[in-house]
Design a protein around this ligand. Sequence first.
Ligand code: IPM
Ligand code: MG
Length: 367
Amino acid sequence: MANPSLLILPGDGIGPEVMTEVKRIIDWFGAKRDLTFDVSEDLVGGAAYDKHGVPLSDETMAKAQEVDAVLLGAVGGPAYDNLDFSVKPERGLLRLRKEMDLFANLRPAQCFDALADFSSLKKDIVAGLDIMIVRELTSGVYFGEPRGIHTEDNMRVGVNTQRYTEAEIERGARAAFELAMKRDKKLCSMEKANVMESGILWRDVVTEVHADYPEVALSHMYADNGAMQLVRAPKQFDVIYTDNLFGDILSDCAAMLTGSLGMLPSASLGLPMANGRPKAMYEPVHGSAPDITGQGKANPIACILSFAMALRYSFDQGAEADRLEAAIEKVLADGARTADLMGPEGGTPLSTTQMGDVILGALDASL
Ligand code: IPM
Ligand code: MG
């Protein structure tokens, strides 16, 4: 059988730096675990704009549709802030999500024991935290029409539309219930049914899907209360299912509970392809971090954990994903820290490459 294929899109800012470490991890699995991928690389975001004048070329889009999984670094940066909206780096990312139809965005927020002190919350509130946010990723206000800025009576008006069909709500809900079945069998759905009709529909449809998953305990929460509960008592949650915009906000909030945005991976999954694998893209939740770009300071762990999610969700290599996650847990327990993970007691942080080195060492030790 042909090797599984991976398209790597390092993107902008720290994207290329963290992706360099992921490539070393990929090579390790080829050399030591006989798990070889056909890897190709291309441009997205500002990097693609610089070369092609668009944040994602049609050729790259076509490649993304063909491979078994896409790994993306980050997009955006101050150099691109003043570009026309239609060619901003983020449009490249949104085009990938939309055209690959990656409707289920899995954003785990897990607190590593070694990092419980780094949270802005008290240690006992976050220690052992393990939640999964399932964010609907291809619809809602991110894509709804009408949209735009127009003029009415000499006044500019900005318009975006929150629009969800029941089919869109349902397929994401199924993904969330399936995950809940493999975890603690608890699902909390978040919307604003108190003010939005799309929220009323959301609640109805999720309740209907629940009939197929009677073992899962379903609850509903208004998203604002959800944000409050996430910082008050995050361990009450197992799986959270929410829309595109609330999911964007709640996942940043959940991510920070764990101590650093530099730790959080994500998977964006779509429908199964002919080979049975889901259409998939994996990316760290952190952005391009222009303030530290090029300094070798970035934490590569979120991006490496995103590859672990690829092993698990695209390649059916759960045991190898466990191995990689355990290697990361080990180096953190041993005190390995990039700059974002330095506590008040100080010390010398590891560079991006040095963090890659110690993780590779832990992988070797796992054999
Ligand atoms: C995310 C990001 C993106 C989003 C941006 C970069 C378009 O914030 O993946 O959470 O808003 O979805
Ligand atoms: Mg975001």
